[in-house]
Design a protein around this ligand. Structure first.
Ligand code: ZN
Length: 509
């Protein structure tokens, strides 16, 4: 390896180490830390963040980048090293344009905003939160202004979206979501005429100790390995990787609603498998990390919904639930479970939404945050705009802002441009699921037998092993020969819900 390139890698390796320390401190904050440690932890996290930001945007990083690029002149543009240089240069150029003052003000506003949001949501008081939200959107517009005139961004919102889904543009998301919205609204209307599916089994009592045993069994089937993983309790579940060989997932429990613990764990384990499958040959390099939130979410959603809520996997789950829960669930059968976990019912809360209504919650947020950024909607008018769109898309009348515009933490934390990645993840999962089904022949049989290794390995080969070498659209192009499309997800959903509701929903869409 050339000298300048190895110096650059050394610097990036140290930055990765700082990132791992940050991940560990943050994991601890959300799982183990006693409440009184919050203030000191916030200071540690802020200091580590500032040190790594300064180290990254430093002129020295730029010099090493330029020299390493010169050394690599003529190398294969798809080689690990050439891709590394391209990725780091993009990020370096974007981060350099943001003044330290704006970055630290954004971090401060995010922390104050979250505190204000917790209070406002508890009292369903949008008015007390509005000034914080106004400030966060103002900071986001200033962030956008740092990148004005760069030809790669067509619209202001593109600058924000690019932080979470590199290379994705609002125009493309708008096109995909318009198609998806029409499909889902139509599908939900077809289902709402039908007699309700019985979801009593998911509300039957299942003691948490038994749920823990079930979840251990399930994540072990998926690939959780005691020597390189942990699972712990938390309030808002997440997955993280502290470094190679150290994946941490979390879940939460409700004895009267076991899907929360079970499917929460399958979701996070899906994220964890992606992290565990990243190429160790690129360890401590940005290319050895996950590429985008949309791709990440495709992994979690595929495992949670396409595997976890399939008829095949319900046949694995049902006897174990019956044995571990006893009581009302002692005679649970696979068909009853399959129907109960696939009930479609529009509700107010995004994180509790079923597969058919989920994306509508996301599309609504995507539309509103673009309007807030381009100034066509004011923060003062946001609750009204939210409620009107909610009525249009989900047919429900929001009467309480806590169950409406105040339900998510994202905007309070300055995370603007993040929401679309959730629904993009569903679409990508649909594409991967369709292809896996075609290529893995006996996928359904494997799942019904609890043999999940072949699917995990297939995803490793198609997605995980690439790390962040390719952008999402390029990765899909290479592996599936397609960009992100709506059809496979909608067909999957129509197929499954037709089955659950005993309707013919299989029209070509
Ligand atoms: Zn997720």
């Amino acid at each position: 390896m050339s000298d300048q390139l190895s110096l650059l890698k050394q610097r990036l390796g140290e930055l990765a180490d700082l990132g791992h320390a940050l991940a560990l401190a943050s994991w601890d904050q959300h799982t183990m830390m006693p409440p009184r440690g919050a203030e000191a932890r916030a200071e540690s996290l802020a200091t580590l963040t500032r040190i790594s930001h300064d180290m990254f945007v430093d002129d020295e990083t730029g010099r090493l980048l330029a020299d390493a690029a010169a050394e690599l002149e003529g190398a294969d543009p798809d080689s690990d090293d050439a891709r590394l240089i391209a990725l780091v240069r993009r990020r370096w150029e974007k981060e350099r344009r943001v003044p330290t003052e704006l970055a630290s003000e954004s971090a401060r506003a995010a922390s104050l905003g979250q505190e204000a949001w917790v209070r406002a949501r508890a009292e369903s008081d949008f008015g007390s939160f509005a000034p914080y939200l106004e400030h966060n959107f103002e900071l986001a517009r200033r962030y956008v202004d740092c990148h004005l005139g760069r030809s790669e961004f067509e619209r202001p919102y593109d600058v924000l979206l690019d932080d979470f889904e590199p290379g994705m543009r609002a125009a493309e998301v708008t096109r995909l979501f318009a198609e998806l919205r029409d499909e889902l609204v139509g599908l939900i209307a077809e289902l709402s005429d039908q007699g309700a599916v019985d979801d009593a089994p998911v509300h039957a009592r299942f003691p948490v100790d038994g749920q823990r045993l079930l979840v251990r069994e399930v994540v072990s089937m998926m690939g959780f390995d005691e020597s390189g993983w942990r699972i712990d309790d938390t309030v808002h579940p997440f997955a993280t990787r502290i470094g190679v060989g150290d994946v941490r997932i979390t879940t939460r429990w409700d004895q009267d609603f076991f899907p929360m613990g079970l499917y929460g764990a399958m979701h996070e384990c899906g994220h964890g498998l992606y992290e565990a499958g990243l190429p160790s040959s690129l360890r401590r390099l940005p290319t050895g990390a996950a590429e985008s939130l949309g791709l990440h979410e495709s992994q979690s959603r595929l495992w949670e919904n396409m595997v976890g809520r399939s008829r095949a996997f319900c046949s694995v789950l049902a006897p174990r639930i019956a044995a571990l829960a006893g009581g009302e669930l002692a005679s649970l059968d696979a068909e009853a479970l399959y129907r109960a976990v696939n009930l479609v019912r529009p509700g107010f809360i995004r994180v509790e939404a079923d597969e058919a209504t989920y994306a509508l919650h996301v599309i609504l947020r995507f539309e509103l945050e673009q309007e807030l950024i381009d100034g066509s909607l004011s923060v003062a008018d946001l609750p009204e705009a939210w409620n009107a769109r909610f009525r249009d898309y989900l047919g429900l009348e929001v009467t309480d802002d806590a169950d409406g515009v105040l339900q998510d933490v994202h905007w309070s934390a300055g995370l603007i441009g993040y929401f679309p990645t959730y629904a993009l993840g569903n679409l990508i999962a649909g594409q991967l699921w369709e292809r896996a089904g075609a290529e893995l022949g006996d996928l359904e049989r494997d799942i019904a037998d609890g043999r999940l290794g072949p699917l995990r390995e297939w995803l490793g080969e198609r997605v995980h092993r690439h790390g962040a070498k390719f952008r999402t659209s390029e990765l899909l192009e290479r592996e599936l020969g397609a960009t992100i499309t709506v059809r496979p997800f909608v067909e999957y959903l129509r197929g499954k819900l037709g089955d659950v509701y005993e309707l013919d929903l299989s029209r070509a869409s």
